[in-house]
Write a protein that binds this ligand. Structure first.
Ligand SMILES: CSC[C@H]1O[C@@H](n2cnc3c(O)ncnc32)[C@H](O)[C@@H]1O
Ligand SMILES: [Zn+2]
Length: 437
C-alpha cells in the first residue's frame, strides 16, 4: 500500500521521552516520514511549508508500548476458560479449541488482538503461534510492528516434527524485514516440556544458520521445573543452556521459578525476560523475581501472554501490576518505581526484541512509533507527576492517537487501517463456529 510521506509538527505537547536526555518536558517534536527529526523545548525552524501541525497542549506523548509475549489469535478464547492452572487450562481447554482453528480463525483472532493493542497504545508486539502467515498479513494490513515466530509443540512423530521445523524456518526467512521492516522474526520451540532436547537443538542450529534470535516459554510453573529435573536431571535454565539455546540472542517468557544461580546465568548470557504478571497470577503460576533479575542486570520487559489467560491486551495494566506486585511481595515500596515500570513497557521492551536503537524512546533518529494520551481527564489532575499518573492512574483507554513508523494508525481512538466493527463481527462468528465444531 502506498503511503504519503510528510512532515508533522507537534506543538506544545508534554513529552515523556523515556531517555535520560530530556525525560519529561513541554515542547515540540517533528516527525519526517517515518522518523523523529526534531524534539526539544524550542519551536523548530526550517520546516516544510506543508508540514501538518498538531496542537499538543492537551496531550501527553510517549513512545509506543512494546508487548514482548503473546498469542494474538487466542483472543477468540477470551473468557472461554477462566480459573484453571496452566496444565489443565492448556491440555483440556486451549489445545482442543486451537486444534479446530482454520486460517480464518487465526486471522479473526489476530485482527481482534491487534485492534485492541493499537487502541491501548501498543505499537510493537511479540507473537508466537502457528499459521503465522495469517498473523503476518494482519500485521502488514494494520500498520503495527510485530516480532513474529512460529511456535512449535514437538509432542508428535519425528516426521511431523520435521515438517513443523521446516515451516518455522520458512516463515522466519520469508517474513523477516517485511512490511517496510515492521516485521522481524524469531525461531521458537514452544517450551522445554513440549520439545525433546534433540529437537530443541535443531531450532538452535536453524537460528545459527539463518542468524535469527530465539524465543520460548521457560520456568513458568513449579510443576514444569520439577518435571524438567525428573526427565532431564536439570532445571530448565541449565537444560536450555546445555542445548545451546542461549548461544543465540534469546527472549524467554515467564521465568517465574528461578534460583540465584539461574538469575546469574541469564544475566551472563544476556537473556531477556518477558515478565507476564497478570497471566502468571491468573493461572496461579507464581510471581517472577523481577527486582532480583533487574538488579542482576537482566533486561526485563512486559508481556500480556494471550487474552485467554489475561483477559485483555492493555499493556498499561501490565505496567501497573509490575509496579505494584513486587512492592507487595518484597515488602519494599521502593522496588520498581513508576519510571522503571514505564521503562519495562517501552525501552526494555525494545531492547528485548533487539530494536533499542530504533524504538522505545522519543529521540532524534528514532522511528516515529509513539502515542498521544488525553490528559484532560479527572484522573490526570492535579498535573503533578505525569509518569506517576501514567503508571498508577492511567490506562490504555486514555490513548487518543497512535503512530507507527510515522503513520497514524489510531486517530481519535479509532483504528485508521482496520475496520473494527467487521473485526468484532468476524471474531464472534469464528468463536461460535469453534464452539460448535
Ligand atoms: C503453538 S505456539 C502457541 C501455544 O502456546 C500456548 N500457550 C498459551 N499461553 C501459554 C502459556 O502461558 N504457557 C505455555 N503455553 C501457552 C497456546 O495454547 C498455543 O498452543
Ligand atoms: Zn505464552
Amino acid at each position: 500500500m502506498s503511503r504519503k510521506m510528510a512532515q508533522l509538527w507537534i506543538e506544545n505537547g508534554l513529552f515523556v521521552t523515556m531517555n535520560d536526555v530530556f525525560a519529561v518536558f513541554r515542547g515540540h517534536m517533528v516527525v519526517t516520514d517515518d522518523q523523529i527529526t526534531y524534539i526539544g523545548a524550542d519551536a523548530p525552524t526550517g520546516l516544510d511549508e506543508q508540514a501538518e501541525r498538531l496542537d499538543g497542549s492537551k496531550l501527553a506523548f510517549m513512545p509506543g508500548l512494546v508487548n514482548t509475549h503473546g498469542h494474538a489469535a487466542m483472543s477468540l478464547l477470551r473468557g472461554y476458560s477462566d480459573d484453571q492452572n496452566l496444565q489443565v487450562w492448556l491440555e483440556q481447554k486451549m489445545w482442543p479449541m486451537e486444534g479446530k482453528y482454520v486460517d480464518q480463525d487465526t486471522r479473526a483472532g489476530s485482527a481482534l488482538a491487534i485492534v485492541e493493542m493499537l487502541k491501548t497504545g501498543t505499537t510493537a508486539f511479540v507473537d508466537m503461534y502457528d499459521r503465522m502467515d495469517q498473523v503476518a498479513q494482519m500485521v502488514e494490513q494494520s500498520g503495527i510492528r510485530g516480532c513474529l515466530t512460529r511456535g512449535v509443540i514437538g509432542l508428535c512423530s519425528e516426521e511431523i516434527q520435521q515438517a513443523k521445523l521446516k515451516e518455522a524456518i520458512a516463515f522466519a526467512k520469508d517474513w523477516n524485514g517485511k512490511a517496510d521492516g515492521r516485521i522481524t522474526t524469531m525461531i521458537s520451540p514452544h517450551a522445554p516440556y513440549t520439545c525433546p532436547p534433540d529437537y530443541i537443538e535443531k531450532f538452535v542450529q536453524a537460528a545459527h544458520d539463518y542468524d535469527l534470535p530465539v524465543h520460548t516459554h521457560m520456568s513458568e510453573t513449579l510443576a514444569e521445573v520439577e518435571q524438567n529435573v525428573r526427565d532431564y536431571g536439570t532445571r530448565p535454565v541449565l537444560h536450555l543452556d546445555k542445548l545451546g539455546f542461549f548461544s543465540r540472542p534469546a527472549l524467554v517468557a515467564h521465568a517465574v521459578h528461578l534460583n540465584d544461580e539461574e538469575i546469574a546465568l541469564l544475566a551472563e548470557r544476556k537473556v531477556a525476560v518477558s515478565h507476564n504478571p497478570v497471566s502468571n497470577l491468573k493461572l496461579a503460576s507464581g510471581v517472577a523475581r523481577v527486582p532480583e533479575l533487574l538488579r542482576a542486570g537482566v533486561t526485563v520487559s512486559l508481556g500480556t501472554d494471550s487474552v485467554a489467560s489475561n483477559n485483555n491486551l492493555d499493556l498499561f495494566k501490565e505496567i501497573k501490576f509490575a509496579a505494584l506486585l513486587h512492592k507487595g511481595i518484597s515488602g519494599d515500596p521502593t522496588v520498581i518505581p513508576a519510571m522503571e515500570a514505564l521503562r519495562m513497557g517501552t525501552v526494555y521492551g525494545a531492547r528485548s526484541i533487539w530494536q533499542e536503537d530504533s524504538i522505545g524512546q522519543l529521540a532524534v533518529g528514532m522511528k516515529a512509533d509513539f502515542i498521544a494520551i488525553d490528559v484532560e481527564q479527572p484522573h490526570y489532575y492535579p498535573m503533578t507527576d505525569i509518569v506517576s499518573h501514567l503508571v498508577y492512574s492511567g490506562s490504555g483507554r486514555d490513548v487518543k492517537h497512535v503512530w507507527v513508523d510515522g503513520r497514524k494508525v489510531v486517530h481519535n481512538s479509532e483504528c485508521t487501517m482496520m475496520d473494527e466493527e467487521k473485526i468484532r463481527y468476524e471474531a464472534q462468528a469464528s468463536f461460535e463456529r469453534l464452539l460448535n465444531a
